[in-house]
Design a binder for this molecule. Structure first.
Ligand code: PLP
Length: 386
C-alpha cells in the first residue's frame, strides 16, 4: 500500500505514539477526578499534552489550551464563545472546510451573522489586502483555513492578521499543525484550533483550541469536570469550562507523544521534507498533458504537501479507484468536505483526486505516484472489473 491520504489522517503513527497510548490505556485512572496515585498520573498525562501543544504554538498560558475530540468541536466552541450577535459581520476565506463553513452557514441562516468570503487569486493563493478591503465597521471575526485541504495553498495568516488589526482571527490549523514551525503563533494569533490525528501524528479523538487572553468562551456542553463539584454550574475558568466529561487520556498521551516526536525531529526539517516531496511530485506531473492541478503549481512554495488534480476524461472517483486497484495508491476523490473550495477552484460538483504526502513518505513514492498518473492519463477510463 502506498498511503497518500495524510490530509485525511496521518499514517503510519510513530511507535512512540503507539507505546504512549498503550501505557496510558493500561493505567486505571481518570484525570482530575480521584486523588490516588494512578489518577494523579493520568492528570500528569493531560498536563504533558497541554505542555506539548503550548510549546508547539509558543503559548505562554497553558490554561488557555482546552482539549476537544477534534478540530470540528474546537471550532464550534470557539465560534460560540465570541458572542456573535445580530448582524455581526464575519469574513472567511472561500477555501473553508465544512468544519467552519457549516457553523458559519448556520449562524447566517439564523440571521445571527452576515458572512462574506474572500476568494483566492487565479494561482489559488489568498491575499491579505483582499481581507482588509472587505472589512466593515461591524466585522467581529475573521475565520481562516491556514492550509487548504483541497489546493494545498498556504494562507498568509500573519499578514492577514496585520491587515485586519483588532478584529480577532480564528485559525483552522487542521492541515498545518505538525507540518511546519508555528511557534510564533502564540505571540499574535487570537484563536488557534487544531486536530490531533493529522500532522500532529496523534490518534483520532483528539484536538483542541487556544484562546488568547481576553477572548470570550462559552461551553458547548456542560457536565462533570472534577473541579467545583459542589456547584451545579459549569466552572467559569479555563480549561475546565470547556472540558466537560472525562478526557480522552490515552488519546492525549498519544497526541503528546506525536507532538514531542515532531519537536525533537524539528518542524523545519519536517517542512523541508514535505516540500521536497510535493515539489518532486508537482514537477513530474506538470509534464502530463490532460492533467490539471488545482491551485499552486510547481515552484510556488506557499503550500502544504497536498495536491488535488483532475485528468481529462476521468471522473475523480474512477481515477482514485484505478490508483488503488492497479497501483495500491490511496488517495481521496470528490469534494473533500470542502464544497466552497471546489466552487472557488471551478471543480464543483465533480471534485478532484487529492494526493497528500506525509512525514513518512519518500521521494521514490512521490515519483511512483506521478508515474502511475502518467500511465493512467494515456487511457480514457478505469479498466472494467472482470
Ligand atoms: C482544513 C480542515 N479543517 C477541518 C477539518 C476537520 O477535522 P476533524 O474531522 O478532525 O475535526 C479537516 C479535516 O479533514 C480539514 O482538513
Amino acid at each position: 500500500m502506498l498511503y497518500l491520504d495524510n490530509a485525511a489522517t496521518s499514517f503510519p503513527k510513530p511507535q512512540e505514539v503507539i507505546d504512549a497510548i498503550t501505557i496510558a490505556l493500561n493505567a486505571p485512572a481518570s484525570p482530575g477526578r480521584s486523588g490516588h496515585k494512578p489518577a494523579l498520573e493520568a492528570s500528569r498525562v493531560v498536563y504533558r499534552a497541554r505542555k506539548a501543544i503550548a510549546k508547539l504554538f509558543g503559548i505562554g498560558n497553558l490554561e488557555r489550551v482546552a482539549f476537544t475530540p477534534n478540530i470540528t468541536w474546537a471550532i464550534n466552541i470557539a465560534l460560540g464563545g465570541i458572542g456573535l450577535k445580530a448582524y455581526d459581520h464575519v469574513l472567511s476565506s472561500a477555501l473553508e472546510h465544512n468544519s467552519t463553513a457549516r457553523p458559519l452557514a448556520l449562524l447566517a441562516e439564523k440571521n445571527i451573522i452576515t458572512w462574506e468570503t474572500v476568494a483566492p487569486g487565479p494561482d489559488g493563493l489568498l491575499r491579505a489586502e483582499d481581507f482588509a478591503s472587505k472589512l466593515k465597521p461591524n466585522t467581529r471575526l475573521v475565520v481562516l483555513c491556514h492550509g487548504s485541504n483541497v489546493t494545498g495553498a498556504l494562507a498568509p495568516a500573519k499578514a492577514i492578521k496585520e491587515a485586519i488589526g483588532e478584529v480577532p482571527i480564528l485559525l483552522d490549523l487542521a492541515q498545518t499543525a505538525g507540518a511546519m514551525p508555528l511557534e510564533d503563533l502564540g505571540s499574535w494569533a487570537d484563536i488557534i484550533t487544531f486536530t490531533g490525528h493529522k500532522g500532529l501524528l496523534g490518534p483520532t479523538g483528539t484536538g483542541g483550541l487556544y484562546l488568547k487572553e481576553g477572548i470570550g468562551f462559552q461551553p458547548l456542553a456542560v457536565g462533570g469536570t472534577g473541579s467545583r463539584s459542589e456547584s451545579l454550574s459549569q466552572p467559569d475558568f479555563l480549561p475546565d469550562a470547556l472540558e466537560a466529561g472525562t478526557l480522552n487520556t490515552h488519546g492525549l498521551a498519544g497526541l503528546a507523544a506525536g507532538v514531542n516526536y515532531l519537536l525533537e525531529k524539528g518542524l523545519d526539517k519536517v517542512r523541508e521534507h514535505e516540500l521536497n516531496l510535493v515539489s518532486v511530485f508537482l514537477e513530474d506531473i506538470s509534464k502530463i498533458s490532460k492533467l490539471s492541478i488545482l491551485g499552486p503549481g510547481p515552484g510556488i512554495l506557499q503550500r502544504v504537501s497536498t495536491v488535488s488534480l483532475n485528468i481529462e476524461g476521468w471522473s475523480s472517483s474512477d481515477l482514485a479507484g484505478a490508483l488503488e486497484a492497479e497501483y495500491g495508491i490511496m488517495t481521496r476523490s470528490g469534494l473533500h468536505c470542502s464544497p466552497l473550495a471546489h466552487k472557488a477552484m471551478g471543480t464543483f460538483p465533480g471534485g478532484a483526486v487529492r494526493f497528500s504526502f506525509g512525514l513518512f513518505n519518500t521521494l521514490e513514492e512521490a515519483r511512483l505516484a506521478a508515474k502511475a498518473l502518467e500511465e493512467l492519463s494515456k487511457r480514457k477510463t478505469a479498466r472494467k472489473k472482470s
